[in-house]
Design a protein. Structure first.
Length: 381
């Protein structure tokens, strides 16, 4: 599996859901209770729609440099991916970059990262495993740097957070591009024609359409599990490598556990048509719109809001994470919000295409084709 941003999505039918808090306020009809979502305008206007192609500078990401004779050995022991192509650790992998995660000892995600060889002029060592770059959530970069320093012990390497004039991350939707010059505010050079430069909001929208989470606002620090965050399906975990921090629970989940929740792309839509024209039709495909109606956008829904089913009591069906316009990501309980049949189980798990979840907004989960294929491949092996 290639890094996360190379995947494509294909939606499938599912049930509609909404936030528990929203439902309680709607059904009690108390006008003095707090709204379940904010009526204030989002900080940035949602993009009009996804462009066919684009090149975006990712100001939401920063680069950390790790360089020294023990850099590769250290990384091999703390990330979920494998730096090597052989058990003897004699041959480093040759791809330009790969996806991985730092975990707690209990197997929870601390940081999701992209790992690159550091090929900047004047910094690359004679040994190919001595210099690396970590592409990480900008809001978490300093915390990851401190985490690495804390646990390096006597390992021989230096760790440093790069300034923006030293290196930036760009995304051309299918891959990332690193630039390392003082003029790196300009689009990076390439031998092939570049797509038009767009804002990072379009890149984020592209991720949401494909159901790809990124950063600790979507892969919650100290709470998210690699499997639930699709790190395994996006090629971020090597289940054949040796020991690393958090390996025990991750391996046990892969071989013995049942993953009941995964992050999926979701559409929000109004409970009623504008102007009181009756119940809004349930969407049958994953299609972006800048707002739901009446000026409501996904950014007004509180992060980590619980999702529940109308007219049925029981456990939460999921948790809202983040969104833009009418589109976003949620951690969804598969047997309730989708038709995915979990390993070792048959139908009748609680999913019903006719379920309705009514409050200020409704939510419907879609299962991307790359997630379905990944789950099928796991079941086959």
């Amino acid at each position: 599996m290639q890094p996360a941003r190379r995947v494509l999505a294909s939606p499938s039918p599912g049930a509609t859901f909404t936030c528990h808090g929203c439902l309680a306020r709607r059904t009690t009809g108390n006008p003095h209770q707090r709204r379940a979502f904010s009526r204030s305008a989002p900080r940035h206007a949602p993009p009009a729609g996804p462009p066919a192609a684009g090149l975006a500078e990712l100001s939401s990401r920063k680069l950390i440099s790790i360089s020294g004779p023990d850099a590769a050995k250290y990384l091999q022991g703390v990330i979920t991916a494998n730096l090597y192509t052989s058990p003897s650790h004699q041959q480093l992998r040759s791809d330009a970059g790969f996806y991985a995660a730092f975990l707690t000892a209990q197997g929870r995600v601390l940081h999701d990262v992209f790992v690159y060889r550091d090929t900047r002029p004047g910094t690359a060592s004679s040994s190919p495993g001595d210099s690396w770059l970590l592409d990480v959530d900008a809001t978490e970069a300093e915390r990851l740097q401190k985490h690495i320093k804390r646990y390096k012990l006597r390992a021989k390497f230096d760790v440093r957070l790069l300034d923006q004039d030293e290196g930036r991350v760009w995304a051309a939707f299918a891959h990332r591009i690193l630039t390392f010059s003082p003029s790196s505010a300009a689009p990076p050079p390439t031998s092939s024609p570049l797509p038009p430069q767009v804002s990072e909001e379009y890149y984020r929208l592209r991720r949401y359409l494909h159901g790809v989470p990124e950063g600790q606002a979507e892969i919650l620090r100290d709470a998210a599990l690699p499997h639930e965050s699709n790190v395994d399906l996006m090629g971020g975990v090597d289940f054949r490598k040796g020991c690393y921090v958090g390996q025990e629970l991750t391996i046990r989940t892969e071989h013995r556990g049942v993953v009941r929740k995964r992050i999926l792309p979701c559409l929000l839509y109004p409970a009623e048509e504008e102007g009181g024209g009756g119940a809004a039709a349930e969407p049958d495909r994953l299609e972006y719109k800048p707002e739901l109606g009446n000026g409501v956008t996904a950014e007004m829904v509180p992060a980590e809001a619980s999702i529940g089913r109308v007219g049925k009591k029981g456990r939460s069906a999921g948790k809202w994470l983040a969104g833009v316009g009418n589109l976003g990501l949620a951690l969804c309980r598969l047997e309730i919000m989708t038709g995915v049949v979990l390993p070792g189980e048959t139908g009748g798990t609680g999913y019903s295409p006719g379920d309705e979840f009514v409050v200020g907004v409704k939510i419907k989960a879609f299962v991307p084709e790359w997630v379905r294929k990944g789950l099928a491949d796991k079941e086959a092996h």
